[in-house]
Design a protein around this ligand. Structure first.
Ligand code: B1N
Length: 838
């Protein structure tokens, strides 16, 4: 017949495994052969590694399509609530290996590529370009959540932006970070499906006007002065060994063509093209600021662009299925990943009132029963505020609606707190202090039915410090959902050797039910098993050592303690605390003080925001230390320092399985949750950390005896700040600290240049905003404890095993189940495919 192969009528009773039905090595090989020829125009005999990567990706994508379509069909046939996860960032990482794992055809693919003369699948996986459509934890969390949603069979769409350029690539030149444009789309990216027939129009600028409708009713409408078109690009997100395949729908901004004819006709060719260029810049580039808000016009444009497209898409899908828009909240639950998509509250109101002609109360009811908001940070510099002039010039109709939302809300507050003007000023969506601005966290909180933080301490601080008045007004609205990470990528793919050991020991189901790892506790005193466990770690370390040598030229010893801090570079994350500790160890070795020091390799990785001078200087500082330490023969076999350039998801997969010691050393109260901390613990790294974010919960679960705790608590930090904290007293009380600082000051790590690191030193010895000096001595004490335990491998391995055994709670499957039950009220949906469709 002329039907596509995958849609042939089923022949009954065929395959034993309904999921990988029919996908054997032959099928993968045939698929690759066809795609090489028909899609890529290549002969197998001359195909490059990249050609083979593309061919395999297309062949695998073909197998996803049946599941992708069947999942959309299932929801059509049996309507139920779908999660719409709105996020400005999705840091999804490489797709091929994850799809092979979730389909269950890794072995088959390995065999198929073997027939093309490729001795290891890993050579093909290395070719994949990773889409860096996120900065760090927030974007990666969105990706883990999409994978868990699909694996838990929950209908979901992730909505975001298809940035043409993701997070910059990082080079290190003379110790400094250099940013290079990330051209991830250049060779064609095989995992997306453009859907131009589902494009949306989005307006910007212009004015609001009143008019009388056909029924004689006064209405408002927005007359934008510009438009852009959003073209959806769908990325299939397959669940683990299920047929459910959810979607990540990313919008690309295209120019409209309607308006440029006039300019073109009068000869203003450049004017006409300019408008096209302006609308296409909307999805051009990801803002590379993790946790600092720049308040730039283009950023607000990006936010409104993807939010408007996404809401229009949700409304249109109801209409297509013949569902009343009135019933929106029974079919969609809209999660705001931080305030970046918070304009959704106003945009949904606008669409419901101006386009669907709902009354205010009805529209507000629909909005507030659909929207929920996750807060990811307390840092004041990250809380989004839009200057009123900028906001009104870009979104005049939304500002009208926000004023009305605010008016009604403040009236509610007045009734609750009569005559209390201070509380009105504090709660208002409009910040009236200084330059007037729209507070997006207030808009999100007022428009949402739930507000959640991302770890227990963080959620508590939202209520106590960030929004105490809101929490008093609506205590039931505020809740906690501790973050999680997907064990498929972060153990299954990142640590294949540990995974097969776990398969043998507790059975294969641990990967979807991490609590099963508790069974490993029985092995805590089994030295034979501990040996096997530590061998998986050693093998990860050998691979990473090879990578480090190839990338940086530094030779590191896989049997040394791998001490790792990988995350965005930030003062609050305190990479400089770690660096100063390294200097103290260096001095001990130099001075012959502690000859008993355990050999260590201290590894750093992470990007700094391009405009964040202190963070960039911290990178330069680490590299300065690395140069001196690694060139000194006295350090041979004792201490190595490495800065791994261009830390990203792919590199993360190499690092987590190769780490002995995980550095989670942020100032207490500053790191909302952290998620790297979870990835390390699952892979059997021990944590040295403060009582911050999810560290607290990790320690509670793995046991305080299996965690190296140090530092001031959140309340002690508050107390220090309130009592005129002076870092100098801590410096003079700690000889090793003052000597380390002195060595930096005299230019020991900057070829005698005593100016280079002065801003860093001045910050630490001056105001020390992140209490590095206050925590240093205790950090050093904890590091000595690490040394002591490392020298007892049996003890170390037992502690490491217990970390893996007890970190099941930090699976994103657990987080997603909590969201489903307490916030979204959504249920799984079974997706069936006929057995010979593959
Ligand atoms: O979100 C992660 C948390 O685990 C981290 O602790 C937290 O720092 C991170 C503005 C952010 N909070 N805020 C951001 C990112 C980009 C941007 O433009 C803020 N990222 C976090 C997941 O919950």
């Amino acid at each position: 017949s002329s039907q596509p192969k995958d849609l042939r009528l089923p022949t009954p009773g065929c395959y034993a495994d309904p999921i990988k039905a029919g996908i054997d090595a032959d099928a993968v090989f045939d698929g690759m052969t066809e795609h090489l020829f028909f899609s890529l125009g290549k002969l197998a005999t001359t195909a490059s590694l990249r050609d083979l990567y593309m061919a395999l990706s297309y062949a695998v994508r073909d197998r996803l399509m049946t599941r992708y379509l069947a999942s959309q069909e299932a929801i059509r046939a049996k309507p139920q609530k779908t999660v719409a996860y709105l996020s400005a960032e999705f840091l999804i990482g490489p797709q091929l290996n994850n799809n092979l794992l979730n389909l269950g055809i890794t072995k088959e693919a390995e065999e198929a590529v073997g027939r093309f003369g490729i001795e290891s699948l890993s050579h093909i996986l290395e070719v994949e370009e990773e889409p860096g459509l996120g900065n760090g934890g927030l974007g990666r969390l969105a990706a883990c959540y999409m994978e868990s949603l699909a694996s838990l069979q929950v209908p979901a769409i992730g909505y975001g932006i298809r940035y043409e350029f993701g997070i910059f690539n990082q080079l290190i030149r003379d110790g400094w970070q250099v940013e290079v444009t990330d051209k991830w789309l250049k060779g064609g990216w095989p995992w997306e499906l453009p859907q131009p027939d589902e494009s949306c129009f989005v307006g910007f600028g212009g004015r609001t006007e009143s008019y009388v409708d056909e029924k004689g009713k006064y209405r408002s409408r927005w007359i934008p002065s510009e438009h852009a078109i959003g073209v959806p690009h769908d990325i299939p997100i397959l669940g683990y060994r299920v047929n459910n395949c959810d979607r990540l729908r990313l919008w690309r901004a295209d120019a409209t063509e309607s308006f440029d004819f006039y300019a073109f006709n009068i000869g203003d060719y450049y004017g006409a093209v300019e408008e096209k260029v302006a609308s296409e810049t909307i999805s051009k580039v990801l803002y590379p600021n993790d946790g600092t808000d720049e308040g730039r016009r283009l950023r607000l444009k990006q936010q409104h662009f993807f939010v408007s497209c996404s809401l229009q898409d949700m409304l249109r899908s109801l209409e297509k299925r013949g569902i009343e828009v009135e019933d929106f909240s029974e079919h969609w639950t809209v999660q705001l990943n931080d305030t970046h998509p918070a304009i959704a509250v106003a945009e949904l109101m606008r669409l419901l009132i101006d386009h669907y002609h709902f009354e205010w109360e009805k529209a507000w009811h629909i909005t507030t029963s659909s929207v929920a908001y996750t807060n990811h940070t307390l840092l004041p510099e990250a809380l989004e505020k839009w200057d009123l002039d900028l906001f009104s010039s870009l979104l005049p109709r939304h500002l009208d609606l926000i004023y009305e939302i605010n008016k009604r809300f403040l009236q509610q507050v007045r009734l609750r707190y009569p005559g209390n003007d201070l509380i009105l000023r504090k709660l208002s969506i409009i910040d009236e202090d200084g330059c007037k601005a729209v507070r997006m966290a207030h808009l999100a909180t007022i428009g949402a039915h739930h507000v959640n933080g991302v770890a227990a301490l963080h959620s508590d601080l939202i209520k106590r410090q960030l929004m105490p008045e809101f929490a008093e007004l609506w205590p039931e609205k505020f809740t906690n959902i501790t973050n999680g990470v997907t064990p498929r990528r972060w153990v299954g793919l990142a640590n294949p050797e540990l995974s097969s050991l776990l398969d043998k020991e507790v059975g294969k189901d641990w990967i979807t039910n991490m609590e099963l790892l508790k069974k490993l506790e029985q092995k805590e005193n089994d030295s034979g098993f501990l040996e096997l466990f530590s061998k998986t770690k050693l093998s990860g370390k050998r691979k990473l050592a090879g990578y480090i040598h190839r990338q940086t030229g530094v030779l590191v010893d896989p049997s040394s303690l791998f001490d790792v801090q990988v995350k965005r570079i930030h003062q609050y994350k305190r990479q400089h605390l770690n660096a100063l500790q390294v200097i103290a160890q260096y001095l001990r070795i130099k001075n012959g003080v502690d000859q008993d020091i355990a050999p260590r390799t201290v590894i750093f990785g992470g990007k700094a925001a391009p405009g964040y001078f202190m963070a960039k200087l911290m990178i330069r500082f680490i590299n300065g230390i690395a140069d001196v330490v690694n060139a000194d023969p006295d350090m041979d076999g004792r201490l190595r320092v490495v800065f791994l350039p261009d830390y990203n998801v792919k590199l993360g997969e190499q690092v987590y399985s190769a780490t002995d010691l995980s550095e989670q050393i942020s100032t207490a109260g500053k790191e909302a949750s952290g998620t790297g901390n979870m990835k390390f613990a699952m892979n059997g790294a021990l944590t040295i950390g403060t009582l911050d974010g999810a560290n607290i919960e990790i320690r509670d679960r793995v046991g305080s005896e299996n965690f190296f705790l140090f530092g001031k608590t959140e309340s002690e930090i508050v107390e220090l700040r309130e009592n005129q904290y002076d870092p100098k007293t801590y410096i003079s009380n700690c000889k090793e600290l003052s000597e380390a600082l002195r060595l930096v000051e005299v230019g020991h790590f900057s070829n005698g240049d005593s100016e280079l690191f002065l801003p860093l030193i001045n910050s630490l010895t001056g105001s020390d905003p992140f209490f590095v000096m206050a925590d240093f001595a205790d950090y050093l004490r904890a590091q000595d404890e690490v040394n002591k335990v490392w020298k007892n491998p049996q003890k170390w391995n037992r502690m490491a095993l217990l970390n893996t055994a007890r970190s099941g709670f930090f699976s994103s499957d657990r987080s997603i189940k909590e969201y489903c039950k307490s916030i979204w009220k959504v249920k799984p949906l079974d997706v069936e495919i006929s057995c010979d469709i593959n």
